[in-house]
Structures are given as C-alpha cells and as structure tokens.
Design a protein around this ligand. Structure first.
Ligand code: DGY
Length: 327
C-alpha cells in the first residue's frame, strides 16, 4: 500500500514528527523562517496532509493549487489564518488545538497584565541602563492588581482561566464581555459579571483581550473605545493583532488616555508599529503566550493526533469541520 505524504511546515520537536514518520512519508521545512505562500504551495504538491502553525495561510488559492490536500492540522488554537469554509467546500478536514494551551496562555496573560500594571519592563530597562541613583517614593509607582477590577473581553476557555486567577488568587472583581453570557453557575464560580462592551471599558482597571480575531472583531478596540477607559487603566492583548487598532492604541498611550499596555500580538506581526516601540509605557512580547515547553509539545502532539486520524479514517479529536469526516 502506498503511504500518504504529509508536510510539516515548520520545525517541530523531532520525536513528535517521528510519530508521523511511522505512518506517512514526511517532508519537513527545517528553516526558521516560514514558507511564503508560493513556497508552501510548491512544497505541498502531492501531499495529503499538512501540519501548520498559526502563521501559514490556507486559503482558496492554496487549496485550488493543492488538489490532493485532505487535511490541514494546526497546532494553534486560533485559526484566522485558515479559510475553514473554503476547506469544507473542498472536503478538506481542518483541525486546531484547543484546550491544551489554556492554562499556560492564561498564566502568560496574567503575567503580562501584572508586568504592565507594575511597570516591570520599564523599570528593568531603567536599572540596566545604569540610571538608578536613589530609591524614590513614586519611582515606577503603578496600579494595584489585587482588589482591582479585571475586565475580560472574550470569555472562552482562556478568558475563564484568567478570571479564575484574578478572582481566586488576587481578590479581583471580574467583569467580562462576550457575545453570549456564561451560565449563572459558571459566572458564580469565577465571580464574573457580564457587561456591555462600553460598560466594561468604563469599569475595567485592567482590561485583558482574549477574543478570537474575525471580521466582526477587527478593530473592536479603537480610538472611541479607548476614550471610554480610565486614564489609570491598562490594556493587555493576548488575542490577535487586529482586534486592537494598534495606531489608535499608540496615540492613546502617548496622550495618557490610558496608563499602559501589554501586547503579545500585533497587526502585521512580526512588524511592530514604530510608534509603539518608541513608547515607555508598553510591554512588548513576540507572540509567546502559549510558549512553555510542555504546552508547545502538547499542541504539536494534538496536531499530530489529528493528522493521523484524518488520514487513516479515524475521527480527528478537534476538527473544526467534523462534517467533512462523515462524508
Ligand atoms: C494560538 O495557538 O492561537 C497561539 O496564538 C499561537 O498561534
């Protein structure tokens, strides 16, 4: 029997790729930089499956150029890089990696929010630059986290995990906005109250954004929304660049409309707006919220589980279009 061919589009833990080698002919892309769209299309010729991350773009053009493709398996939970309806129309199974990164991503979101509120990055730069000459009463004085109002925009798994940390660990009041409110018992367990978006923006001392990026959430936070926030408030984005209008955010930070921001994701990343880079009151990290070794391994293993199931007649554990598998 001929073995199917799969492409692993980014360098991934070797022992996890070996799980694919047991069943398939495996092509790998070993360079650090991602493949361009034409390179990805060329590498995919003859492949039945592809292992991707949140970076590779899977759209109708690529699908049209890769007619043998049957399964697209991403190790990311976010899938705004994949045109799922186009895949479904062509009978291509799509999977993502929900669940396995929830707690790690929530840890990071909370850490970034705390670093932003307590001015960690700014004060560390000050020390390293040799500028610390005396202890000062208001030196790098920021906002408190404990007891403050934690605003969460997007209350899926990760939002709820952040709420648990704030409510249970830091005695925070938790307010959130989501298209659908949580069930009352879930709200009670994390001490969370649903609010309209404008009310949430007015109430939050620390706003953490974890909503998926869709056409509906593009620039959900822009100049008008930032103007509703407290001048002492912070904003942390661990969702996707594009949910926040970065240019409007940079202007709001420069003008003191809000106090500070923590950003792990950017519009057009890995390029970051020069206006953001120039600001002292923003903590910037390179899209690493899920980057603990155990979690990145769990994400990769889940993508491999999905790819094996999709190409061997099984049921992929986390398919986004499971109806394709039943055809
Ligand atoms: C995810 O899993 O969506 C992370 O943001 C990495 O892309």
């Amino acid at each position: 029997m001929t073995r199917a061919t799969v492409l692993v589009a980014r360098p991934v833990f070797c022992d996890i790729v070996d799980r694919l080698r047991e069943r398939f002919d495996v092509r790998t892309h070993d360079a650090d930089a991602p493949l361009s769209q034409p390179e990805l299309i060329a590498a995919l010729q003859g492949c039945a499956g592809v292992f991707i991350t949140g970076t590779e773009k899977i759209d109708a053009v690529l699908l049209g150029a890769c007619p043998q493709l049957e399964a697209v398996c991403s190790m990311a939970v976010g899938y705004n890089n994949i045109d799922v309806p186009a895949c479904t129309a062509r009978g291509v199974v799509v999977t993502n990696a929900p669940g396995v990164l929830t707690e790690t991503t929530a840890d990071f979101g909370f850490a970034l929010m705390m670093a932003t509120a307590r001015r960690l990055a700014e004060s560390e730069r000050f020390l390293r630059e040799g500028r610390w000459k005396h202890w000062g009463v208001d030196m790098f004085a920021g906002g408190d986290v404990h007891g403050a109002t934690l605003g969460i925009l997007g209350m899926g798994r990760i939002g709820q995990a952040i709420a648990r940390r704030g409510h249970g660990g830091f005695d925070m009041k938790v307010a959130y906005h989501n298209r659908s409110p949580l069930a009352p018992d879930v709200e009670a367990s994390i001490g969370a109250t649903w609010m309209s978006l404008p009310d949430l923006l007015r109430a939050a001392d620390h706003l953490v954004i974890v909503t998926p990026y869709t056409p509906q959430t593009h620039h959900l936070i822009g100049a008008g929304q930032l103007a509703l926030m407290k001048p002492t408030a912070t904003l942390t984005n661990i969702a996707r660049g594009g949910v926040v209008d970065d240019a409007a955010l940079a202007s709001a930070l420069a003008a003191g409309t809000i106090a500070a921001a923590g950003l792990d994701v950017f519009e057009g990343e890995p390029t970051v707006l020069p206006e953001l880079l120039a600001l002292r009151n923003v903590v910037l990290t390179p899209h690493i919220a899920s980057a603990s070794v155990p979690t990145r391994r769990a994400m990769a293993n889940l993508a491999v589980d999905n790819l094996i199931a999709a190409l061997t007649g099984g049921t992929p554990p986390t398919a986004l279009n499971p109806e394709v598998c039943k055809r």
